[in-house]
Design a protein around this ligand. Structure first.
Ligand SMILES: [Zn+2]
Length: 292
């Protein structure tokens, strides 16, 4: 890797880590209806404000050995874990664009818009996944802007991203509308009211960003991975967790769907840039991995 690419990669990691730190605040405060900017972060145990050096992504947690500087209350491993994941996602989004970014001919504000917007989506999805896992709810304030943002992005840099505004609009309507119909019918049939349709808005946003071509794979991958997780969770806990929660069978194990949708959408976004070019090369008849 040349020095310029390494520098951009390091910057992307730092950028993602800082956003991860902010996402921890969002995940904690948004479901509680608190402001994400005010007041400053405090130790939830002793309320001592957290200073800047105790707030450096990952490093501070390591330096503090996972304890509050003041009261020694343990700080959850989830905080640095979210920062690491956000940093890795930030780099993963930048990576396919690195050659173009370092090529003066292709580097432009449009390229930066693609990268920053895709990162914004991924960070937003990460926060939504964590909030859904915690509370079984997806806040409208986070899910509702995404379909519009995805459509706007497709209108401006659709050519660069390979998602036209038509594909974006169709993806949003088909994905959101389809899931809405499923949830609505399910509610009607089972008489279970109170579905928040958070997943519908989330999936509509994914359709808008990734285009209609992504929707079948995203839904299938989310459903399969959700099912595998449920089976694995039940098997690993040896039925103990099920008993504790008074569940007779796997059918009664309620899992939020949001985190699995997010997982699948991120997988699509990242794989598309690596797998589709390979597939394209194969279809074009170019030798692939020595075969052909
Ligand atoms: Zn404390």
């Amino acid at each position: 890797m040349n020095p310029a690419a390494a520098f951009v990669a390091a910057l992307a990691l730092l950028w993602g880590g800082l956003w991860g730190s902010f996402l921890n605040v969002v995940v904690y405060r948004v479901p509680a209806g608190l402001s994400v900017v005010h007041p400053r972060s405090r130790c939830p145990h002793c309320s001592t404000p957290i200073t800047w050096w105790q707030n450096i992504p990952v490093l501070s947690w390591l330096m503090l050995r996972g304890q509050c500087f003041q009261c020694k209350a343990p700080i959850s491993l989830r905080y640095p874990a979210v920062e690491v994941v956000a940093a890795a996602l930030s780099l993963a989004v930048v990576q396919p664009w690195l050659p173009a970014l370092l090529d003066a001919e292709f580097a432009s504000w449009r390229l930066w818009l693609v990268i920053l917007a895709e990162q914004a989506f991924v960070f937003c999805w990460l926060a939504i996944a964590l909030i859904d896992a915690d509370t079984f709810l997806i806040p409208d304030v986070m899910s509702l802007p995404l379909p519009l943002a995805g459509l706007a992005l497709a209108a401006v840099v659709g050519a660069e991203r390979g998602v036209s505004w038509q594909q974006s609009a169709a993806g949003s309507l088909v994905a959101g509308g389809g899931l809405w119909l499923v949830q609505w019918s399910y509610g009607r049939l089972t008489g279970r009211e109170g579905l928040g349709f958070g997943d519908v808005k989330l999936l509509a946003g994914m359709g808008a960003l990734l285009g209609i071509q992504a929707i079948p794979a995203v839904i299938l991958a989310a459903a399969v991975q959700g099912l595998l997780f449920a089976v694995g969770y039940a098997a690993l806990s040896g039925g103990k967790a099920m008993q504790e929660r008074g569940l007779q069978s796997l059918r009664h194990l309620a899992l939020p769907f949001g985190p699995f949708l997010v997982l699948a959408a991120v997988q699509w976004l990242l794989c598309q840039r690596m797998l589709l070019p390979l597939l394209q090369a194969y279809l074009d008849g170019q030798p692939l991995l020595g075969a052909g």
